[in-house]
Design a protein around this ligand. Structure first.
Ligand code: NDP
Ligand code: 8X3
Length: 253
């Protein structure tokens, strides 16, 4: 029986690229996200390659996450690998002028949503055995940048949560990896700037960013390693990026 991967945020960017990558390798897919029409389109695209089950799911809704996992039909209920990918940045203002609703959305999604999905699926992952929890953190988890305030802090949570999970899961055979990408072109900036296409495009102009496929390759690799190998964390940047975002303030002339 093929392994089953449960991917959150499969409707765009890294999540959709992961769905395609795991499908090409014949894994069974549980694809989740809020945009049902995108899930259905992906299912139609990939069903010839593998078994696909879709769930319209907002990871911020704790009851919905628990119910969706409890209601997984056979054979999709035997989840082997969880890709905790759903997440977002909102705004790039300095903390002193940031919007609290933006901060709430990031904390609710990147921190709370990720913990709900993890807790809901851990008993299954342990029972099935040999699989991986792949958590999408970010280079922003370690490296501060102006306007990164709460986004980076949520990703630092993801990174540390991943490490602590490894301690709790020791002896179960379940692996945990924190993937920490740098700049990658997806819908990420469009979401960060609340749909402002011009602003979003300006982030990537001439930057040679990573692609979602680059990150999907990395995720697939860590999930496919021999069972005795655990990648704890992995930072991946475009060659053109080297912490230039770290600004300094200068004395006035
Ligand atoms: P995209 O905006 O392209 O995709 C984000 C995905 O998350 C979408 O499928 C979206 O689906 C889903 N999502 C957002 N909120 C929710 C929610 N409340 N419930 C369920 N799904 C949700 O971004 P990326 O693919 O670039 O980002 C994926 C992950 O990687 C994020 O965690 C991000 O923080 C992280 N990351 C991104 C980097 C980048 O430069 N792009 C770099 C480092 C990390 P829907 O709207 O349909 O619900
Ligand atoms: C996304 C990368 O540098 O925009 O996590 O924060 S960055």
């Amino acid at each position: 029986m093929p392994n089953t991967v449960f991917i959150t945020g499969a409707t765009a960017g890294f999540g959709a690229a992961c769905a395609r990558k795991f499908a090409a390798a014949g894994w069974s897919l549980v694809l989740t996200g809020r945009r049902a029409e995108r899930l259905e389109a992906l299912k139609a695209e990939l069903s010839a390659q593998c078994a696909v089950h879709t769930i319209q799911l907002d990871v911020r809704d704790r009851a919905a996450v628990l119910a969706a996992v409890a209601a997984l039909p056979e054979p999709f209920s035997r989840v082997h690998t969880l890709v905790n990918n759903a997440g977002l940045a909102q705004g790039l203002n300095p903390a002193q002028t940031s919007d609290l609703d933006d901060w709430d959305r990031m904390i609710d999604t990147n921190v709370k949503g990720l913990t709900y999905c993890t807790r809901a699926l851990l008993p299954t992952l342990i029972e099935v055995g040999g699989g991986t929890v792949v958590n999408l953190a970010s280079v922003a988890a370690r490296w501060p940048y102006p306007g990164g305030n709460v986004y980076g802090a949520t990703k630092a949570f993801v990174r540390q949560f991943s490490y602590n999970l490894r301690c709790d899961l020791a002896g179960t055979g379940v692996r945990v990896t924190s993937i920490e990408p740098g700049m990658a072109e997806s819908e990420f900036s469009l979401v960060r700037f609340h749909g402002d296409e011009k602003k979003a495009a300006s982030i990537y102009k001439g930057a040679h960013p990573l692609t979602p496929e680059d990150i999907a390759e990395t995720i697939f690799w860590v999930a496919s390693l021999p069972k005795h190998v655990n990648i704890n964390s992995l930072e991946v940047m475009p060659t053109t990026q080297a912490w230039q975002a770290l600004g300094i303030t200068r004395d006035a002339e």
